[in-house]
Design a binder for this molecule. Structure first.
Ligand code: PHE
Length: 452
């Protein structure tokens, strides 16, 4: 595969928005509140923030760097930069993770599709038992499988349109709209009766709740939410142009992603404390049970506005999920396409079919397959645990070691400063974080968890 043939993102804004499109998704709006709720609130958020700044930004910058320097897909990038070495294993691990994540992520993405349909047909109006509604839906084998396949097909359609036409154009339109609606919802949530209790939960840290497990969960969430450690942003980096400022792009993406996650927290928790019978540790259903209540309570005097907002919210959630599933699909598609010399289309078909089958298995684990467990986890939980809490941080650790220790310092400097044409203030700190902090911190969190 020659270098010239590869596609490129068309503009700087497109680069940031496509990467932010990958990062911002259900990880922010579904997984983040769920983890915050299960890990005790404010203290978790602080550890999370530290992980984003000191691990997330350097690892993301390195992934962009590896991708742009090699102009190859996640797995083959290492063959280009470290020919004949074992490093390509890191890339392969990422491709493997992309299959796992895409499969189970699409289950939740399918739920958002179902909720869009339910909102549009006015099935989420007040008086409905939202807990029962959610539980019935996820346990229904036909419906949840159908939505997995539908979502996978949607993703497939964007993927076969290619990089600039499909991914970039799509992200450019959707991301800003999503931001606006989230800001409006945060504002609305502050007027809910439980706002005070919700804000205390989010802002007043209780450090006695900080256990090794909470640290692992926060780190896993940071990697998951930023889409790092598994080659996704490396693949996007390979489409960057020569004058993209890698570190600045990583900083902007991390900033946008964290803002969206925190805002999601500020929407959800005031609402959780406003609805009798709901508790912050409700698990994967948290957002799906809470949000319909928000729309009904906030807009009780103006039901048509509540209707409008709920439809808009779920549709945007679908789109946010789609920009993420597209990036996951792209990792696997680019790999199969370039590694096995198959057409992009065939590669995409293979990924779609394999992940649909795995996705259906994950979907069924909320119903008929619920009894089948390994280490006390369902297939869905196992995929989530293994990718977010093991593969991604491990990938991040190896990526730091690769760029910090293995790669020639001159290459690093050349890429970060775009051949000396831009001044980068944090270069030394960046190298220190990669060489020492990231590998040690990730290692310590792993070991602590192992011997807890
Ligand atoms: N970061 C995405 C989200 O927050 C999920 C994702 C993980 C996407 C890994 C790509 C790679 O929803």
């Amino acid at each position: 595969m020659s270098k010239v043939e590869r596609a490129n993102f068309g503009s700087k804004l497109g680069v940031i928005l496509a990467s932010a499109g990958s990062a911002v998704g259900l990880g922010n709006i579904w997984r983040f509140p769920c983890e915050v709720g299960e890990n005790g609130g404010a203290a978790f958020m602080l550890v999370y923030l530290a992980c984003v700044i000191f691990l997330g930004v350097p690892v993301m910058t390195s992934e962009f760097l590896i991708g742009r320097r090699s102009r190859a897909n996640a797995a083959m990038a290492y063959n280009v930069l470290a020919p004949g070495s074992k490093w390509s294993f890191v890339g392969l691990m990422g491709v493997f993770a992309s299959f796992l994540i895409l499969s189970y992520y699409t289950v939740v993405a399918g739920w958002t599709l179902e909720y869009s349909v339910a909102a549009a047909s006015n099935k989420l109006s007040s008086g409905v038992d939202f807990v029962g509604f959610f539980n019935d839906f996820v346990a229904n084998p036909w419906k949840s499988s159908l939505y997995v396949v539908l979502f996978m097909v949607l993703t497939h359609l964007v993927i076969i349109r290619g990089v600039t036409d499909g991914i970039e154009r799509f992200s450019k339109i959707m991301m800003p709209v999503l931001l606006v609606i989230i800001i409006v919802l945060v504002f609305c949530s502050f007027f809910m009766p439980g706002a005070g209790a919700g804000l205390t939960f989010l802002l007043k840290p209780d450090f006695s709740k900080l256990t090794p497990e909470v640290a692992l969960n926060a780190m896993g969430q940071a990697f998951f939410s930023l889409s790092i450690g598994m080659g996704c942003l490396c693949t996007y980096g390979s489409y960057f142009s020569k004058d993209t400022n890698l570190m600045k792009t990583a900083g902007s993406v991390a900033f946008i992603d964290t803002m969206v996650a925190f805002m999601a927290g500020f929407i959800i928790f005031p609402a959780v404390y406003s609805v009798p019978g709901l508790s912050p540790d409700a698990g994967p259903g948290l957002v799906f049970v809470t949000m319909p209540n928000v729309f009904n309570m906030v807009f009780s005097g103006l039901p048509w506005l509540g209707y409008l907002f709920s439809v808009l919210f779920y549709v945007l959630l679908v789109l946010a999920a789609l920009t993420s599933t597209v990036s996951l699909h792209e990792v696997a598609t680019a790999y199969i396409h370039e590694r096995f010399n198959l057409s992009r289309k065939t590669g995409a078909y293979i990924v779609t079919v394999v992940c649909s089958v795995l996705g259906i298995l994950c979907a069924l684990s909320f119903g008929v397959l619920n009894g089948y467990r390994l280490f006390d986890m369902t297939v869905f939980d196992l995929f989530d645990f293994f990718s977010a809490k093991f593969l991604m941080p491990l990938g991040g650790m190896l990526i730091s070691i690769f760029t910090g220790w293995y790669l020639d310092k001159n290459i690093l400097k050349e890429e970060i400063t775009n051949g000396g044409s831009i001044k980068v203030r944090f270069f030394k700190i960046y190298v220190l974080l990669l060489k020492y902090f990231a590998p040690i911190a990730i290692g310590v969190i792993f070991i602590n968890e192992l011997f807890k």
